[in-house]
Write a protein that binds this ligand. Structure first.
Ligand code: AIR
Length: 195
């Protein structure tokens, strides 16, 4: 069980048990926030890819509507605490990523979540995507917290050779996985291209 202060969820609400060996001694570079603990099953994918890429992060709940002052404080202090990117997930009237982006100059990646109060996820997508000029949120696909983690890593990788190398390795893995599938498929489905 993680005891690091980088994991701000109360232990009883922390439904997943993170191995904190990488993170415990390092200050978090990525802040993962979400409107509710009900978003955790989706947002967990961001934590998994960041762990795979060896990037320190913290995770907590910040609700734009239920804890507006906490939202202001989180965004207002994020840069001076050393965060480089914020990943914000929310569902329904998903104002969290946009409001965080309105307060900080850190890049904000929004994860629209198809939550219990969402109408097919479109409300979450559009609330996060359709930001006014001047206040961008990099919006990933519905529930695509893994891509949010990868994008956060790519932002950090612009200034960190180790992270950049880990990302190159990750992309090579994606490539090999598909080529292995191509080989398997060839047995039953011939194509002229791969002869
Ligand atoms: N939410 C919480 N505060 C503001 C918003 N938009 C969102 C959460 C979650 C959904 O409302 O991000 O996706 C439902 O939350 P709950 O706590 O009722 O399960």
């Amino acid at each position: 069980m993680c005891t690091s202060s980088h994991y701000a969820l109360p232990q009883k609400e922390n439904k997943f048990h993170l191995s904190c060996s990488i993170m415990a001694t390092t200050k978090p570079l990525v802040g993962i926030i979400m409107g509710s603990d009900s978003d955790l099953p989706v947002m967990q994918a961001a934590t998994e890819i960041l762990k795979e890429l060896n990037i320190s992060f913290e995770l907590t709940i910040v609700s734009a509507h239920r804890t507006p002052q906490r939202m202001m404080d989180y965004a207002g202090n994020a840069k001076e605490r050393g965060l480089k990117v914020i990943i914000a997930g929310a569902g329904g009237a998903a104002h969290l990523p946009g409001m965080i982006a309105s307060i900080t100059t850190l890049p904000v990646i929004g994860v629209p979540i198809k939550s219990s109060n969402s109408i097919d996820g479109w409300d979450s997508v559009l609330s996060i995507l359709q930001m006014p000029n001047g206040v961008p949120v990099a919006t990933v696909a519905l529930n695509a917290a893994k891509n949010a983690g990868i994008l956060a890593a790519q932002i950090i990788g612009t200034n960190d050779l180790t992270v950049s190398a880990a990302l190159s390795k990750y992309k090579q893995t994606l490539n090999s996985e598909v080529l292995n599938k191509v080989e398997k498929l060839k047995a039953d489905w011939k194509n002229e291209f791969d002869i």
